[in-house]
Design a protein around this ligand. Structure first.
Ligand code: ZN
Length: 456
C-alpha cells in the first residue's frame, strides 16, 4: 500500500518515495522555549507523530530518522530573561522540560534527534559564509542579509507574488537592506544584550536568524536533502520559504522533497489569541483532561484542515476512548499478534486521514462487541495494532476504567478508610464512605482478600 502525502510544494497528493528506504528522513520545526506551549502548538507534534509511527511501521523503526529542533536563542527568549532577571539557560531549560513533558503526555514518541540551536552555531556561521561566497548574502548595517533577488525561484513554496512577500516582510528598507524582501541571516548583538546570547563570527558578535537555525540543524542531523519537512501552515511564509532559499542556495540541491503543513486550531470557532483571552495551554488542559483525550481530540480532524477545539469535542473524545477501552476490557483474553486492519492502514496511508482511521476503529469496536469469544484475540489484536499507529489505546483497560493515577490513589485511600472503619466496628462511618463512593459511580467489592473497587 503506497503512502500518499499532500505536498505543499507541488500542491498535490503524491506517492511518497524516500531517497533511501533504509534511512527515511523527516524534520518538523520545534518550539521556541520561552513560555508554556498552547494547544495549537501541540497540533504539529501530534499530527506528525502519527506520520512518524506510520513510516516506522512501513520502513522499520530503525530506518526512520526524525528530527525536531528546540529554538533556544531568540528575541523572545532574550526579552523573557530580561523581564524576569533570570539567566537565559534557566528559562530555556525550564520550558523545554515542560514542553517535552506536555507532548509526552499527549503520547508523542521522542524524535530521534532534538537538536538545539545553540549547539549548532558553528554550522549556521558556515552556511552564511557559503551564501556570502556564492553571492546570495551580503553584510548589512546590523548583520548579514539574504539577497532574495539572487534566487530565481524564491517564493515557490508559498506561491506568493513579490508584492505579497514584501508586505509579509518589513516594508521599510532598513538595516542596509538592498531589497525590502531580504531577510536576516545573522543579527549583530545590540548593546546591553546578554553574553549568553552572542557568539563571535566573521561579522562581529551576534546571533543567527531563526530561519538559518533550521536550515543548519536539518543539514547537520539529517543531510542536505531530506525526505519530509513539516510544520504549521503559518510557517510556509516566511519561515519555510526562507529555509528553502538558504539551504538550496548553499547546497545547490532541494532542501526537502515533500513539504507538509497542518491547519490552524480554533478555540470555540474563534482564533486563539491573547487579546481574546482564549489561549489554552497544554499544561493547564492536562490538569482537567487525560493526555490521551487531548490527543484523540487533536486527531479528530484531518491535519490539513482547521480544527475547532471545544469542550464538547473533549467530552466526545473521552466518551470515544471509554468505548474503545471498554471493548478491550470486555475481551478478557490475550490479544493475537496481528497487524492493523486494512481499513485503518489505508486511511492513514491516504495523506494521514485520521478521522477516517478513527471511524474504521470505531466500526471495529462495534464488531468486536458482537463477536464470539473465539474471535476475541483477533479483534483485540487488531484494535491494539490500530491504536498503536494512532498512538492510542496502549494502556491497561482496567487502569483506564479506574481513571487517572492520582484520582485512583484518592479512591484507594477512601476504600482503605472504609476497611479501617469496619475493622473498628464503626459501621456508620463505613456505610457513609460506601454511599459516597456509590454516588460517584464507584462500586466496592468486598472479598476474602480485602476490598477492591471499579467504576460502573
Ligand atoms: Zn524551522
Amino acid at each position: 500500500m503506497d503512502i500518499r502525502l499532500h505536498n505543499t510544494l507541488t500542491r498535490e497528493k503524491q506517492v511518497f518515495s524516500p531517497q533511501n528506504p533504509q534511512r527515511v528522513t523527516m524534520y518538523v520545526c520545534g518550539p521556541t522555549v520561552y513560555s508554556y506551549a498552547h494547544i495549537g502548538n501541540a497540533r504539529p507534534p501530534v499530527a506528525f507523530d502519527v506520520l512518524f509511527r506510520l513510516l516506522r511501521a512501513r520502513y522499520g523503526a530503525d530506518h526512520v530518522v526524525y528530527a525536531s529542533n528546540i529554538t533556544d536563542v531568540d528575541d523572545k527568549i532574550i526579552a523573557a530573561a530580561a523581564e524576569t532577571s533570570r539567566p537565559i539557560a534557566e528559562i530555556t531549560e525550564l520550558y523545554e522540560r515542560i514542553y517535552r513533558e506536555d507532548v509526552g503526555a499527549l503520547g508523542v514518541i521522542e524524535p530521534t534527534h532534538r537538536p538545539h540551536a545553540t549547539d549548532h552555531i558553528g554550522g549556521m556561521i558556515e552556511m552564511i559564509e557559503t551564501l556570502v561566497k556564492k553571492g546570495h548574502a551580503y553584510p548589512g548595517n546590523d548583520g548579514v542579509l539574504f539577497d532574495v533577488p539572487s534566487m530565481a525561484d524564491y517564493g515557490k513554496l508559498s506561491g506568493r507574488n513579490r508584492e505579497d512577500m514584501i508586505a509579509g516582510a518589513r516594508v521599510e528598507v532598513d538595516g542596509g537592506k538592498k531589497d525590502p524582501a531580504d531577510f536576516a541571516l545573522w543579527k549583530a548583538a545590540k548593546p546591553g544584550e546578554p553574553k549568553e546570547a552572542r557568539w563571535d563570527s566573521p561579522w562581529g558578535e551576534g546571533r543567527p536568524g531563526w530561519h538559518v537555525e533550521c536550515s543548519a540543524m536539518a543539514k547537520a542531523v539529517l543531510g542536505e536533502t531530506i525526505d519530509i519537512h513539516a510544520g504549521g501552515l503559518d510557517l510556509i511564509f516566511p519561515h519555510h520559504e526562507n529555509e528553502i532559499a538558504q539551504s538550496e542556495c548553499a547546497h545547490g540541491r532541494p532542501m526537502a522533497n515533500y513539504w507538509l503543513h497542518n491547519g490552524f486550531l480554533a478555540m470555540d470557532s474563534e482564533k486563539m489569541s491573547k487579546s481574546l483571552g482564549n489561549v489554552k495551554l497544554i499544561h493547564d488542559l492536562l490538569k482537567g483532561w487525560d493526555g490521551e483525550v487531548l490527543r484523540l481530540a487533536l486527531l479528530s480532524a484531518h491535519y490539513r484542515g482547521p480544527l475547532d477545539f471545544t469542550e464538547a469535542l473533549l467530552n466526545q473524545s473521552k466518551a470515544t476512548l471509554d468505548r474503545f477501552y471498554n471493548a478491550l476490557r470486555r475481551m478478557d483474553v490475550e490479544a493475537a499478534d496481528v497487524s492493523a486492519p486494512n481499513g485503518v492502514m489505508s486511511a492513514l496511508c491516504d495523506d494521514l486521514n485520521t478521522p477516517l482511521a478513527l471511524a474504521e476503529l470505531s466500526a471495529l469496536a462495534t464488531e468486536a462487541n458482537k463477536a464470539e469469544p473465539a474471535d476475541w484475540p483477533r479483534f483485540k489484536g487488531q484494535i491494539l495494532a490500530a491504536g498503536a499507529l494512532l498512538g492510542l489505546l496502549q494502556r491497561d483497560p482496567e487502569d483506564w476504567a479506574r481513571g487517572d493515577a492520582s484520582e485512583a490513589d484518592v479512591i484507594d485511600a477512601r476504600v482503605a478508610a472504609r476497611v479501617a472503619a469496619r475493622k473498628a466496628k464503626d459501621f456508620a462511618e463505613a456505610d457513609r464512605i460506601r454511599k459516597e463512593l456509590v454516588a460517584e459511580g464507584i462500586e466496592i467489592m468486598d472479598g476474602p482478600d480485602g476490598s477492591t473497587w471499579r467504576r460502573v
